[in-house]
Design a protein around this ligand. Structure first.
Ligand SMILES: Cc1ncc(COP(=O)(O)O)c(C=O)c1O
Length: 448
């Protein structure tokens, strides 16, 4: 991650952003050290300690498309971003829309309506399945889930929410209550009451618990699931699992909420993952790539029927910044870019290349990799141990020239999530780097 380590990535030379606009600093080491020291002093020392430990103290400096450049001039192919970069970095259509909007009407008066929110809600309804039509805009995934949970309780008048173990829905109190990892929940107990968790993908457990909660006095208001679990390590449920959740909700009078914050807006080669499963939720939460990788933007979208509490009282759920002209302009450009540039098809094509390559790597190095899972441009490498993960991560971020992320709720899974604007050559570059990292990790075998 520093200037002396760039050799082999530079020799392979694929990342390939042609025109960098921002000059590199004269003293990248000094600048990086100053920034990390400031973080340490003003943002708490834990993050800075971790960055130093991982050798990740170089500053991200500029990024376009699938390529990021640090302040030392090393280039990386973006395969991380926690799902944010379906469009890559600084997509020109999105940047131009934001630039124009910022110069004219950036924020709303919150008294008068504005065009961008109206158009984005129509555009979203157009790409959402079934009767999902009414949108509320917010600024993050956690807020989208919070709003969805509130709507479900207000609509059904019931308290019970059934979610999945290891699920990740965000870290505000409601979203955290739905999340299924004790480590992130325990320091904040008691959380919002009424939440229960079942093992993800286990149809019997889902059905038994849903029926159990429905028979209790609070009742079952909603089942909340990710269509593919992200932070749990890219866990794809067995076929029919989401359809079962749909049937149970219909039978028990509960709402199905799908959290497509990470899987949505093209990540798996569909607008939303539920479309591949043929399942339509009552409420869909999304964020991340909805802002085109440029603006913070989240939304929950529901059927008109579910919306009735908000129809009766439009100020029941509000946000000052949510749905600003600036964010909505980015959202509109993001959806337009997907359409005009065929990014769904591209995600599917690149996804086939990536999935095939990762599968081969998994079979080649069984001592390092225990499973490879994913869909479209959303893949997880399940590693034999966290030690293997640490080694591969630092190899990839260093000489490998590839940014990947580990999984919050399952740290031995590395996620590989390239943008849909990546080139096949960049995907091959990523596969080569992962192959090298896995080979080295396997060679160390039991030492990890
Ligand atoms: C499925 C899912 N839901 C919700 C969130 C929370 O999103 P945010 O970090 O924007 O609050 C995330 C973030 O990773 C996520 O993956």
């Amino acid at each position: 991650m520093n200037s002396t380590e760039t050799g082999s990535a530079a020799a392979r030379r694929v990342p390939g952003q042609s025109v960098w606009q921002r000059e590199l600093p004269a003293d990248p080491d000094g600048l990086s050290e100053r920034a990390v020291a400031q973080l340490e002093r003003y943002s708490g020392s834990a993050l800075a300690r971790l960055l130093r430990f991982m050798g990740m103290t170089t500053l991200e400096w500029e990024a376009h498309g699938a390529v990021v450049r640090d302040c030392h001039g090393q280039e990386y192919v973006e395969c991380g971003g926690y799902g944010l970069f379906v469009h890559g970095h600084s997509h020109p259509l999105v940047v131009e829309a934001v630039r124009r909007q910022a110069a004219t009407l950036a924020q709303s008066t919150r008294l008068l309506p504005h065009l961008q929110q109206a158009e984005l809600s129509a555009a979203l309804a157009d790409v959402c399945p079934g009767e999902l039509r009414y949108s509320f805009f917010c600024n993050s995934g956690a807020e989208a889930v919070e709003g969805a949970l509130k709507l479900a309780r207000a609509h059904t008048g019931r308290q019970g929410i059934l979610a999945a173990q290891d699920a990740f829905h965000g870290k505000t109190m409601g979203a955290l209550s739905a999340s299924g990892k004790a480590m992130y929940r325990d320091p904040f107990l008691p959380l919002v009451p009424g939440f229960a968790h079942v093992p993800y993908g286990d149809a019997e457990a889902l059905e038994a618990e849903a029926r159990g909660i429905a028979s209790e006095p609070g009742g079952l208001g909603a089942i909340l699931l990710e269509p593919i679990q992200g932070e749990a390590g890219v866990v794809v449920p067995p076929p029919g699992y989401l359809a079962l959740a749909r049937r149970l909700c219909d039978e028990l009078g509960a709402l199905l909420i799908l959290d497509e914050v990470q899987t949505g807006v093209g990540r798996t080669g569909e607008w939303f993952r539920c479309q591949a499963e043929g399942v339509v939720p009552d409420i869909l939460a999304t964020a991340k790539s909805l802002g085109g990788g440029v603006m913070p933007l989240g939304a929950f979208i529901a059927t008109p029927e579910c919306w009735q509490p908000f129809d009766e009282s439009p100020f029941l759920h509000t946000s000052t910044f949510g749905g600003s002209p600036l964010a909505c302009a980015a959202g509109l450009a993001a959806l337009r870019a997907i359409r005009e540039e065929g990014l769904l098809e591209r995600a599917r094509e690149l996804g086939r290349l990536l999935g095939k390559g990762l599968g081969e790597i998994g079979r080649r190095y069984p001592g390092a990799i225990s499973a490879v899972r994913g869909e479209g441009l959303f893949w997880g490498l399940d590693l034999r141990s966290e030690g293997v993960g640490g080694l591969m991560l630092s190899r990839l971020l260093g000489e490998g020239g590839v940014l990947v992320v580990y999984s919050l709720n399952r740290p031995n899974v590395i996620r590989v999530m390239p943008p849909a604007v990546a080139t096949p050559e960049q995907i091959e570059f990523v596969l080569e780097a992962i192959d090298t990292a896995a080979r080295e990790a396997e060679a160390l075998g039991g030492e990890l």
